[in-house]
Design a binder for this molecule. Structure first.
Ligand code: PMP
Length: 316
């Protein structure tokens, strides 16, 4: 399938045709990885003829925090960014599942690596988007030989462009070795996360996930899942360090994130988890999650922001 491109971008404070949103080859962020970004999903709901954006204010809050870690001085609130996104999506008029990419970057073209005394900008674009991994119902996983970036080198809790070189090493080596994805250990040797996903496992009826100080991104899907597991599916969820050998003994495990959504892990380093196919906890959670993000669960409706509510209807 040919990937449909955005028609518009928010760039330099205005909405421009997508092909006009460009930077110089000397751009600071392009050369040094000095950027912060977000990944947000919009879900198309056919019955309601509506596009729902999932937790946009939470994503924009983390986006601004990632930029703060880089000392970017951005003159936007999460609400401002939501208004930009709303206008952008209405211009695009997507009637399909959508991926949204806000990026904060250094505008300057100059030689000299630093974070201070620079000009900072925000750009945003959106495009129709399906699955991030092909096999959401059965990922094969290995433990990466790479280590997760450490909080004292590039903080993983920020979504910082340069740190995705670490993710790219992890992902490519896993895929070239024939696996779907990898789990990466942090400097202490504990499980951190996947290349671009948070990790959960079920063992003896209890769900475990690494804590926010284990060199992970503080995922918005992670936070969502913890609440769904506890409040709706009745699981005890424990945030604590996880050893490498524990994951081999898990009954079920999964990745979660905006891109990957919820993807069942069915083997780790060739050891089958449970029966070797998606288990009942992950299956039940996936069903609930897809109903939540598409605005179908009244209790969680406030997490989903409708895009087309105020668009005047054409009377035929
Ligand atoms: N960890 C990493 C490294 C990621 O890139 C992502 C995707 N943003 C996640 C976890 C999941 O975060 P979220 O649920 O906020 O998308």
């Amino acid at each position: 399938m040919v990937q449909e491109l955005p028609k518009y971008a928010y760039f330099e404070g205005e909405f421009v045709p997508f092909e006009k949103a460009t930077v110089s080859v000397m751009n600071h962020t392009l050369n040094y990885g000095t950027g912060a970004f977000a990944g947000i999903r919009g879900y198309w709901n056919d019955e309601e003829d509506q596009l729902f954006v999932f937790r946009p204010l939470d994503h924009f809050k983390r986006f601004l925090n990632s930029a703060r870690l880089l000392s970017f001085d951005l003159d936007y609130t999460p609400q401002d960014l939501w208004q930009v996104l709303l206008e952008l999506l209405r211009m695009e008029g997507w009637k399909a599942n959508t991926y949204i990419r806000p990026l904060a970057y250094v505008k300057n073209s100059l030689i000299g690596v630093r974070l201070h005394n620079l000009d900072y900008g925000v750009t945003m674009f959106s495009l129709p988007f399906g699955s991030y991994v092909d096999n959401e119902e059965g990922c094969t996983v290995t433990i990466s030989s790479w280590r997760r970036v450490d909080d004292n080198s590039i903080p993983a809790r920020g979504k910082i462009t340069g740190s995705y070189v670490n993710s790219a090493f992890i992902k490519s080596d896993a895929q070239r070795a024939g696996f779907t994805e990898a789990l990466v250990l942090n400097k202490d040797g504990h499980i951190a996360e996947g290349s671009a996903e948070n990790f959960f496992m079920l063992r003896d009826g209890v769900v475990y996930t690494p804590p926010v100080n284990a060199d992970i991104l503080e995922g918005i899907t992670r936070r969502t899942i913890i609440q769904l597991l506890r409040d709706d599916l009745g699981y005890e969820v424990v945030e604590r360090n996880i050893d490498r050998s524990e994951v081999y003994l898990a009954d079920e495990a999964f990745f979660c994130g905006t891109g990957v959504q919820i993807a069942a892990i069915t083997s780790i380093d060739h050891r089958l988890l449970g029966t070797g196919s998606m288990g009942s906890m992950v299956s039940e959670l996936r069903d609930l999650y897809f109903n939540v993000v598409t605005g179908r669960i009244p209790k969680y409706r406030s997490w989903t922001e409708p895009v087309y509510e105020d668009v005047p209807t054409t009377v035929s």
